[in-house]
Design a protein around this ligand. Sequence first.
Ligand code: 5AD
Ligand code: SF4
Length: 470
Amino acid sequence: MSYQRKEIPAEEIRRQEAICLRIRGRVAADGAAPLAMVDTYGCQQNEADSEKLRGYLQEMGYGFTADEFEADVIVVNTCAVREHAEMRVLGNVGALNHSKKARPGQIVAVCGCMVQQEHMAQKIKRSYPVVDLVFGPHELWRFPELLERVMLSHKRVFAAEKNDGVVAEGIPRRRDGDVKAWLSIMYGCNNFCTYCVVPYVRGRERSRRPEDIVAEARELIAAGYKDITLLGQNVNSYGKDLGCGVDFADLIRLVDAIPGDYRIRFMTSHPKDATEKLFRTMAECAHCTHQLHLPVQSGSDRVLKAMNRSYTREKYLAQVALARQYMPDLVLTTDIIVGFPGETEEEFAETLSLVEQVRYDAMFTFIYSKRVGTPAASMPDPYTREDKQKHFDALTELANRISGEKHREYEGKTLRVLIDGETGKEEYNLSSRTDGGRLVHLRGDPALIGEFCDVKIASSNTWALYGELV
Ligand code: 5AD
Ligand code: SF4
């Protein structure tokens, strides 16, 4: 592979922080306390990126609001995985005309995966004059510089060149909560599943150095975070680009060795390279939860091949069996695409039968969405939207039935949970998660937020468990 790993030098990030201070001086001179709004679409990686945008904005002196009519700077961090998310973004960005009219001088920025697609950047340039700044995921590290350029020039700025991606350490972050934290371990994807736009917009796989990851985990644990999710498009290929002999299982061990009362989980795992070593490591590391998100996408070998997933149904099922052998209490979740181009009735039935066989704790199901520039976009697709919707509904019904049944098996059991927030409801005022990530509602003192507690499960439905503190 011709990809050259590109790291942003530390002095570049310091230069960005110096720009933050300059902006801070300028906006403070304007009088009123400035406010920013960051609106996030899509996956956890985007949530993590938005924490960096807020980190920079905070250094620029901005406070935060969720009301676009109050904001001086609006950043919309977008997703490109499915058309539905893009339509929502475009609708909401268009509507910012109103807030901008009411608040002259308001700056609107659109960033993230959607605008890394050339046709979308063009569309915004042509049809969304409300947008002042467009930048792709590879430019996030220089957001202060781009924003300053808009502020000084009063011209629109577009920065979403084609790029294999960079690694930038040391960007300030303003984290969303104080119990759970995202920890990105790698960026990009090399898999080129034929339906997926991610490899085109997020660039090639590049891993952060183990020492940087461990240092961040240490900081999080010292700051009291109790639940750390290691993030990557495909965590199982962690380290391959570094060549330093640390693979993903080794990385789990390095983090697990940090003393403290916390747990780690991770996503996403590609079935093609989940290994026995990984399952053994998960079973052996005390801080590692027995939760695995292992997207299968389809139960049909013909469709899996057309998707370029590099595994068969049989290989997938063998992996699930192996993982469960190491962790009999494994909580297993998955992603499934319904209506991939040319997927027949029989092929869809194979997905249903796989789901019956595996019995996932939870499933994320999607109707196939055609993505510009991907190989699947030009595959023949004789089936209608109605056909796909019918299949989708059948799969959802099955998924709900199974997770309802699995939830019922918890009734009467006592589980360790981490209390992570308030529900706003009177009867069950607190929400929590089991080690396996199942949602548990309970009654208790909000002072318990951030604590691990034992809860006896009294009842359940498809989506959640309900319990009492013991
Ligand atoms: N259409 C529908 N679903 C998709 N996903 C990725 N690309 C598409 C697409 N074009 C789903 C996959 C992936 C999840 C994050 O999104 O199931 O695992
Ligand atoms: Fe997309 Fe496949 Fe990469 Fe996941 S592994 S981001 S589905 S190309």
